[in-house]
Design a protein around this ligand. Structure first.
Ligand SMILES: Cc1cc2nc3c(=O)[nH]c(=O)nc-3n(C[C@H](O)[C@H](O)[C@H](O)COP(=O)(O)OP(=O)(O)OC[C@H]3O[C@@H](n4cnc5c(N)ncnc54)[C@H](O)[C@@H]3O)c2cc1C
Length: 403
């Protein structure tokens, strides 16, 4: 890398793009970094639960002014028999998973403040206009490096005409509502209710919260908004105004396919949702996106950028294994009692454990022999175990519909 002539374009200025700009500036010490963002930071839309589990990744003081509004102790997983139940039905399991540096945020504020910080350090922002696939080609010509953080499907895939291959996996709706959340402001709730997916109520304060619901796989309700309203009724959080409800998808792949995350000819790196690396089991993607962007910057700084696909795979492998297995507990069994046993086994672990440390989770589940046996006594689960531990599921061209 020539220190005096390195220029980089970052396509998309959300969490992964802002992390890429931070990394290129601080780690790779680029002279010129330009972020292209189609929205304006003062008026940015959020399709997200706004839970950030490891806020140490964001280089801002964790103050309400910077959007870090609720410093939570962890999350409470509540497992129910199904959706056909009353408000006061008792959950089959209630399990608390901890997260020390976690916050429920005002994400548009976090992004605006982060962008302001970067601008003050010399990053150029071109906002309020979408980069077209034609402009994408010009940008690639004009910069030494390009980081595509444009979400899913990525600009790179669109420019290459590949976008149809890449579909969102998890449909999710969210909205901010007002109500009384004082009973669980420090322990946001996640409701598992018999479908492949979950509803959530993530308080930002005692008086307002981000609430939502998401479904993975093929079986989804006909009317998403009505399903969110019903979830609000039975889980005792306020029904959002229809006009406030956002609908979005969480990606499933191409995830770690090396051909898709790095183009050595054009020096293009895909990070975050653009690379399809949101967690397939619980849909979390902010920390994953930030980590992928810092990784790309570190490798560029070291002159080892061709290692990006492999290093990204190494970074995420444990998480993908665990996500594949946890999702199997839903998809292959559809048994709320079994899910409740698994949730009970997770009590007291951290979000990091249940997201990225398969051995820790397995040790906990193994302490409940009947649940452990029931989990693996199934051809689908055994296939998943084999796939996860031989890494043979990642690059398959024929993906299972409920992967
Ligand atoms: C309902 C819902 C709830 C979620 N809840 C959580 C949660 O609580 N915690 C969590 O960690 N994850 C959550 N996720 C996942 C998380 O939101 C994503 O993984 C994360 O936003 C990925 O960040 P990103 O920067 O890679 O992409 P994105 O957030 O998609 O950002 C892409 C950026 O690129 C810009 N852009 C796109 N195209 C262009 C273009 N042509 N030109 C210029 N700019 C462009 C967009 O405007 C956007 O700012 C949730 C997702 C959904 C849908």
């Amino acid at each position: 890398m020539d220190d005096n002539q390195s220029t980089a374009a970052v396509l998309g200025g959300s969490v992964s793009g802002l992390a890429a700009a931070t990394g290129l500036l601080r780690i790779a010490e680029f002279d010129r970094v330009t972020v292209y963002e189609r929205q304006e930071y003062d008026d940015k839309r959020v399709d997200c639960g706004e839970a950030i589990n490891d806020t140490t990744l964001i280089p801002l003081p964790k103050t309400p002014e910077n959007g870090f509004v609720n410093d939570v102790d962890g999350f409470q997983l509540r497992v129910y028999e199904g959706t056909d139940r009353s408000r006061d039905a008792r959950p089959l399991a209630k399990s608390n998973v901890r997260c020390e540096p976690g916050y429920i945020c005002e994400r548009p504020v976090v992004e605006r403040r982060w962008a302001e910080e970067l601008e003050a350090r010399g990053v150029e922002f071109r906002t309020g206009r979408s980069v077209s696939p034609d402009e994408y080609a010009d940008i690639i010509e004009s910069y030494d490096y390009v980081v595509d953080a444009s979400g899913q499907p990525s600009l790179t895939l669109k420019a290459n005409g590949d976008a149809r291959e890449y579909t969102g996996d998890m449909v999710a709706l969210n909205a901010t509502v007002e109500g009384d959340f004082s009973a669980y402001a420090n322990w946001p709730r996640i409701f598992f209710e018999g479908y492949v997916g979950y509803a959530w109520a993530f308080p930002k304060s005692d008086g307002h919260a981000n609430v939502g619901i998401g479904w993975a796989g093929d079986r989804r309700p006909d009317d998403y908004v009505a399903a969110l309203e019903a979830a609000a009724e039975r889980n005792a959080f306020p029904v959002p105004d229809r006009a406030d409800v956002n609908l979005a998808t969480i990606p499933r792949g191409p995830s770690l396919d090396p051909d898709r995350v790095y183009d050595p000819e054009a020096n293009v790196f895909l990070v975050g949702d653009a690379a399809g690396i949101a967690n397939r089991y619980q849909g979390e993607g902010i920390c994953q996106g930030i980590r992928s962007a810092y990784l790309a910057a570190t490798l560029i700084a070291n002159g080892t950028e061709s290692a990006y696909p492999r290093k990204l795979y190494d970074l995420l492998r444990s998480e993908y294994r665990l996500a594949r297995l946890m999702r199997g507990a839903w998809v292959e069994h559809e048994d709320p009692d079994l899910l409740a046993s698994v949730a009970d086994a997770l009590e007291g672990l951290t979000i990091e454990d249940i997201t990225r440390r398969p051995a820790t989770v397995m040790r906990r589940v193994a302490k409940r022999p009947s649940a452990a046996l029931e989990l693996v006594a199934d051809a689908g689960m055994l296939r998943r175990l084999y796939g996860a531990y031989t890494d043979s599921w990642e690059y398959a061209t024929e993906r299972e519909p409920d992967g």
